[in-house]
Design a protein around this ligand. Structure first.
Ligand code: FAD
Length: 305
């Protein structure tokens, strides 16, 4: 019987684990992949405080993991497949068996949205990617399309210019949603061509991506761009299937909490990208992990009497 089980080993989960382990709680973190979460898919992090020259995503997460483990956090490699949250003892079901805890911190993060167009499933991993850092170097001196107009799309388009000869940025509106500094960098970049009011309708290719068809949403005109890669950055969906029907979720499926990360069930807390909130970043996930861990300590003091 653990004091607390943390589900998900991204920045939110590792921070909650660091604090709870340092507070000498009996805490276990369950992670289905390698600890580190989405940050492992990014090359360079420039906006996490304390690293004035930036830091690689891998190194940042490796440091967070090591720091938490130095305080005694136990990390188990296991996928959580079910949760029973109705009684005071919470049950966590995994492939390796059932575990019990007095409190849960749910930090399962979020996953990238797909386009849902012809060719996408067939060419996934064969030219279609959600990770410029992982796959950008494969497209040296080639042309790629980047789909989206938010921070990530623009950031990744700029990153891709290190390798590719041209980025066709495809956005369904006539202006970007990204932060102004990113917009300025992208708009003045000689390797980035903007396709405004455009949506992708089909991806061509047999063994790999050979082109993408775009439709102008205002005129209906269709054009084909000969690209060898398509990078999709159109938003995220929460990894909240496990708690559907158990916890209160917002209309997009993100977990609703109060300011102390308390969900609709006492003793169950949520932190990071899986939460219903405005801004999904490492720094916000870290802050929420810390708040959740402290709220757990207070909760345990109260249930213990
Ligand atoms: C390409 C890219 C670039 C980014 N760049 C930046 C940046 O420069 N600066 C910045 O601040 N933010 C950046 N972000 C956003 C940042 O990575 C996220 O906001 C942050 O990782 C959220 O942390 P999290 O802990 O909430 O979730 P995640 O990082 O998503 O971690 C959740 C973890 O839960 C695990 N998990 C899910 N379901 C289960 C289950 N059933 N059982 C066990 N484990 C499970 C997942 O495997 C994952 O490891 C970037 C994201 C991406 C994808």
């Amino acid at each position: 019987m653990y004091d607390v089980i943390i589900i998900g080993g991204g920045p939110a989960g590792l921070t909650a684990g660091l604090y709870n382990a340092r507070a000498r709680l009996n805490v276990l973190l369950l992670e289905r992949l390698a600890p580190g979460g989405q940050v492992l898919t990014t090359d360079w992090v420039e906006n996490y405080p304390g690293f004035p020259d930036g830091i690689s995503g891998f190194e940042l997460m490796d440091r967070m993991k090591t720091q938490a483990e130095n305080f005694g956090l136990k990390i188990q490699s296991d996928e959580v497949t079910g949760l029973e949250l109705s009684s005071e003892r919470k049950r966590v079901l995994t492939a390796a068996g059932a575990l019990e805890a007095k409190a849960i911190i749910f930090c399962c993060g979020a996953t990238w949205k797909k386009l849902g167009i012809e060719g996408e499933d067939r060419l996934m991993g064969k030219g279609i990617s959600f990770c410029a850092t992982c796959d950008g170097p494969f497209y040296r001196n080639q042309e790629v399309a980047v789909i989206g107009g938010g921070d990530t799309a623009v950031e990744e388009a700029i990153f891709l210019t290190r390798f590719v000869s041209k980025v066709h940025l495809v956005h369904r509106r006539d202006k970007l949603r990204a932060a102004r500094v990113l917009q300025e960098r992208a708009l003045s970049h000689e390797k980035i061509e903007f396709n405004w009011n455009a949506v992708p309708v089909k991806i061509y290719g047999e063994k790999g991506v050979e082109g993408i068809e775009l439709r102008n949403v205002k005129t209906g005109d269709v054009v084909r761009k000969n690209v060898q890669g398509v990078f999709v950055f159109i938003g995220t969906i929460p990894n909240s299937d496990l708690v559907k029907g158990l916890l209160r979720l917002d209309q997009n499926g993100f977990v609703v909490t109060d300011d102390n990360m308390q969900t609709s069930i006492p003793g169950v807390f949520a932190a990071g990208d899986v939460r219903s909130k405005l801004f999904r970043q490492i720094s916000t996930a870290v802050g929420e992990g810390a708040v959740a861990s402290y709220a757990v300590e207070k909760y345990l003091e109260n249930v213990a009497g």
